[in-house]
Design a protein around this ligand. Structure first.
Ligand code: SF4
Length: 1010
């Protein structure tokens, strides 16, 4: 169907002029634009996301940047980032921007060019903010804290910072034991930020604007509850623990009236701070790419290894109605395909069962999946499991933590073997395909039998599936990490198990997992060992940290970056014995985190530790005595007269309030349930009133030959939210869009998330694939290199438009299609993300060929500059008259390419692929048309010639991809190139010649076609 290439240059009558091209190539200019195309996942660094908030610096009291010490995709998944971003930006006089650690490749580029790390919102270097916030999620991120400061142009050590440098504030869970990091931060905020951080930022910002000295600002900050200014405290070595502990205040600390102990701050009522629903929507894929909502803080269970269970006490639940609103608003605003409810222990949330029952019907309507994190092996009643499954979740994860009952008693894990196996049975009976279980080894008092018990638990769960005779054996994954004794827990005094013993246990588990056919995942033992050093570390560890950072340590939680030898050397160079931090600590010794007051009664943790060593349990607090889960309805809850368990840990919960709040929440959900039933009844009545035949039914239309093969049954269960969307009549819609600015650095895979989100925000339903994993049905034109702008890209989407059955049957006129396209255009344009503009929409006539078959070429424009354009203009005819060889690095096994031998560059001739080329000297632009037919050139030339290779061949010099723009994609009709948008009249003129009902589309071009 494609004609061969012309051998002579041809004019380019349809190419676009330079005036429309320039803005796409040039704006907005990112400070890293010249090299972003060279680094992995540039979408991490470009900002400009939907729902990003950018404020003018004018009139602000404080500019704050949250510098997350890990990659964008990790930081953007973190709930704390979302909460802080919203909290601060909700104050008109405060601005919160974001920065994330650059991966190794970008760091090298920045260092090579002497460029600073900048924020995503305004591309401002970190050193120019008033305050830099550091979110400390776990200890292995500490080297990235230094990386962010260093690349941001801020002196590493607090004592080296000058009056113009920002104030560095650390917060997050490890700020409750911050000593190894204290020389590098100015302030630690201990506890929850909501009530104090805005005021603290305002104080700092206004004092800076008033010209206050750094010391004065720190003194003022130390008066804010929860603030720890390390420079105001001195340390000494404790004889018993042999660790450096805070022994008192420095003269400056006394003069500032800094508190002797710093007390954790926490929010009494979470509903005073509704969960944010408008957070920037990540372009680059986040680890958790969904609208996650925090439903509680704190936990009732009291697991003895768990720091979060202690430092987030007491348990506080959000109002279920507010949770429902946050979930649905978050999903609707961002267009996420998945949401999740987040809690330390979801099954122990008092309203979880009725809450999910209210939420699932709404999510089903939106085809949004629901993830439920941190489940226990109980509290999973049958209807709850059915509800979760119906919104597309095929696997569940829960955390028995230990493999024997004895060990679970030691750690105070309120789960039995019966819970685990009973839950597994009910999960498998419902057709779930995966169970994953988390375990910890190296716990205090652990024996070989306990380690074997981990694999045995996995084996018994697998046995349940076998007994049920499931057609396809589900996968059982056992994920095992090692215990790291954490400050502020009952196990803070326990030893970290030696590495050699841990290696032996992993080896044993591997053998057992192989025998029992379990999937085993383990966590790196050396990384856990390092985590222990920093968790229980003192200020001596600061030098170790700096040594390792200067030796290249980054991303210590990433296996490909971690170097055990580097850390051994850093320890040796600093003269620090690591055993000091990993051994058993004396109960009567002082510890490096003793000056941080979490709010516990003295002796509470030690008593729990003693009980652990005797395998004695402490049943959950805040629950009725003897209850495993909360009552799920008001009748049972009101009838339950059992007292709520409390150990008087020091937090001083009001048990009457706790009981009453739960009842109020249940009653509120009961009202919602009544309203939902009423709504559903009205909808049913309306449907019945409309009567049959209001629309031509799909069943009758199926009979028509045009639909044959298009409405096949799917593999989804009858109650699946995706079944109807996979089997319903649909319209095929071609959407033309331009890409500019940050959007140019979105990879092809990123677009696969961006487009469905846009459709969801517009309220446009997509058809879903019929396979086991439902995804929206859509296909795209050929992928662009990262950085390349586009005036006219194309996506082909199957959409469930009203009346689609008639369209499939060929009953829609061209006018009707045009009207639908206009309406769609308006809806999509209103919700298109920044940098993506809807150019045109076309409802494709049934049977028309798909874009994968139609695309035969493309026009490009490249900004090469006036000087180069001028030189090229005279030489272009001669260059186009002969071959244009370029060298290309060899690629393995790419079909259609000539292979060079390993290590050699391949020489290819790009000339046969250039249909025509011309230079606009005045605009400094080279324009050319490329043949993109799929067959390799008959003359041996390569297919898939890249625009930058054409520029290289014609100009003799490379060009960065962000100077390239694809103007339009072309089809070839009777030997002539036609823009895809201009196909309609051609199509109409040619009639049936362009129609096919059973088009086979090349797999590479279709994401998930029909
Ligand atoms: S005061 Fe009682 S109920 Fe509250 S967290 Fe402490 S032990 Fe639990």
């Amino acid at each position: 169907m494609f004609s061969s290439n012309p051998t002579r240059p041809a004019p380019l009558p349809q190419l676009h002029g330079p005036s429309g091209l320039q803005p796409l190539i040039a704006a907005p200019v990112h400070p890293y634009a010249e090299f972003l195309g060279k680094v992995a996942k540039p979408g991490r660094y470009i900002g400009g996301e939907e729902q990003q908030r950018v404020k003018s610096p004018e009139g602000l009291a404080c500019r704050f940047v949250l510098a997350f010490p890990d990659l964008y995709e990790v930081g953007m998944s973190h709930l704390g980032t979302r909460i802080l971003y919203d909290l601060i930006n909700n104050h008109a006089d405060l601005a919160c921007e974001r920065a994330f650690s650059p991966w190794i490749d970008l760091e090298a580029e920045l260092r090579a060019r002497g460029l600073p790390l900048v924020s995503l919102e305004s591309f401002t270097p970190l050193r120019e903010f008033d305050v830099v916030g550091v979110s400390l999620q776990y200890e292995l991120c500490y080297t990235n804290v230094l990386q962010n400061l260093d690349l941001g142009g801020i002196p590493l050590r607090s004592c080296d910072r000058g009056e113009t440098d920002p104030i560095v504030i650390a917060g997050g869970p490890t700020a409750t034991h911050p000593e190894p990091l204290t020389p590098f931060v100015d302030i630690c905020l201990v506890g929850e930020a909501e009530e104090v951080l805005p005021g603290l930022l305002r104080t700092i910002g206004l004092m800076r604007r008033a010209g206050a000295a750094r010391a004065e600002i720190l003194a003022a900050a130390s008066q804010v509850p929860g603030v720890y200014v390390p420079a105001f405290y001195y340390v000494e070595r404790d004889e018993r623990s042999e660790l450096l502990v805070v022994a008192g205040r420095t003269p400056a600390g006394i003069a500032a009236n800094a508190p002797e102990r710093v007390t954790r701050v926490w929010v009494r009522n979470l509903d005073d701070f509704p969960f944010p629903t408008t957070f920037p929507v990540p372009y680059a894929e986040a680890i958790f790419d969904r609208a996650a909502v925090e439903i509680t803080r704190g936990c009732t269970e009291g697991c003895r290894f768990c720091q979060a269970g202690i430092i987030y006490r007491p348990v506080r639940e959000r109002d279920p109605k507010a949770i429902l609103k946050a979930v649905l608003d978050g999903v609707d605003a961002a267009g996420f395909a998945e949401t999740s409810l987040t809690a330390l222990s979801t099954a122990d949330v008092s309203c979880i069962d009725p809450l999910i029952k209210e939420l699932v019907p709404e999510l089903k309507r939106r085809k949004v999946k629901l993830g439920v994190a941190s489940l226990r092996a109980y509290g999973l009643n049958d209807s709850l499991l059915d509800e979760i499954k119906s919104v597309g979740i095929n696997g569940l994860t829960f955390a028995p933590e230990a493999g024997t009952q004895r060990m679970r008693d030691v750690i105070n894990k309120n789960v039995s073997d019966e819970d685990i196996l009973g839950s597994a049975r009910r999960i498998f009976e419902r057709g779930y395909e995966r169970i994953k279980m988390y375990f910890i080894m190296g716990l205090p008092t652990e024996t070989e039998a306990d380690v074997i018990g981990i694999a045995e638990t996995g084996r018994r769960v697998r046995e349940v599936a076998r007994e049920l005779g499931m057609p396809r054996m589900p996968s059982v994954t056992v994920s095992v990490s090692q215990h790291v004794p954490k400050p502020h827990t009952p196990f803070q005094w326990a030893a970290m198990e030696g590495l050699q013993d841990l290696y032996g246990k992993v080896k044993m588990l591997r053998e057992l997992a192989k025998r029992y056919r379990l999937e085993l995942k383990t966590h790196n033992q050396q990384e856990s060992w390092l985590e222990c050093l920093f968790a229980r570390g003192d200020r001596d560890m600061a030098e170790v940290l700096e040594n390792a950072y200067k030796a290249g340590a980054r991303f210590e939680g990433w296996r490909e970056c971690f170097s055990f030898e580097r850390w051994l050397k850093a320890l040796a160079d600093a003269g620090v014995d690591p055993n000091r931090y990993t051994r058993t600590l004396p109960l009567d010794g002082r510890l490096p985190w003793d000056h941080i007051d979490i709010g516990l009664e003295p002796g509470f943790l030690a008593e729990e530790y003693r009980k652990a060593l005797k395998s004695r349990v402490s049943p959950p607090c805040g629950k009725p005595f003897g209850a495993k889960v909360h009552a799920t309805n008001t009748v049972d809850a009101e009838a339950d007269a059992r007292r709520l368990v409390c150990y008087d840990c020091g937090i001083a919960c009001d048990m009457s309030d706790m009981r009453e709040e739960r009842l109020v929440a249940l009653r509120g959900l009961g009202e919602l349930k009544g309203q939902r039933h009423g709504r559903e009844r009205l909808e049913t009545e309306a449907a019945e009133a409309a009567g049959p035949g209001a629309m031509i039914s799909a069943d009758s239309l199926r009979e028509r030959s045009r639909l044959r093969g298009r409405l096949n049954p799917s593999q989804h269960a009858d109650d699946s939210a995706f079944k109807a969307a996979a089997e319903s009549p649909f319209c095929r819609v071609r959407v033309f869009f331009s890409k500019s600015g940050p959007m140019c650095f979105m990879g092809h895979l990123d677009l696969l998330r961006v487009i469905p989100r846009m459709l969801r925000r517009a309220g446009v339903e997509t058809a879903f694939s019929r396979g086991f994993t439902p995804v929206p049905r859509m296909s795209f034109g050929p992928a662009l290199a990262l950085g390349v702008a586009a005036r006219e890209e194309v996506a082909e989407l199957d959409l469930l438009l009203p009346g689609a059955a008639e369209d499939m049957a060929g009953l829609w006129s061209e006018e009707r299609r045009a009207a639908e396209a206009t309406a769609l255009h308006e809806r999509l344009a209103a919700v298109a993300p920044p940098g993506l503009a809807i150019v045109a929409v076309r409802v494709v006539a049934p049977g028309e060929r798909r874009i994968g078959e139609l695309i035969a070429g493309a026009d490009y424009s490249v900004a090469i500059g006036s000087e180069q354009a001028s030189a090229l203009a005279t030489e272009l005819p001669a260059r186009m008259a002969g071959p244009l060889p370029i060298e290309r690095a060899p690629k393995a096994n790419k079909r259609g390419l000539r292979r060079a031998t390993d290590g050699e560059h391949e020489v290819i001739d790009v000339r046969p692929r250039i249909v025509a080329a011309e230079v606009d000297v005045a605009a400094g632009i080279l324009r050319f048309r490329l043949d993109m037919t799929q067959e390799p050139g008959a003359d041996g030339s390569a297919k898939g010639v890249r625009p930058r290779e054409v520029v290289q061949a014609l100009c003799g010099a490379p060009v960065a991809d962000h100077r390239v723009c694809r103007d339009q994609l072309l089809a070839r009709v009777d030997g002539a190139y036609v823009g895809l948008r201009e196909l309609v009249p051609v199509f109409n003129a040619m009639g049936e010649r362009w129609r096919r009902d059973d088009v086979e589309v090349p797999a590479a071009e279709v994401v998930d076609g029909v």
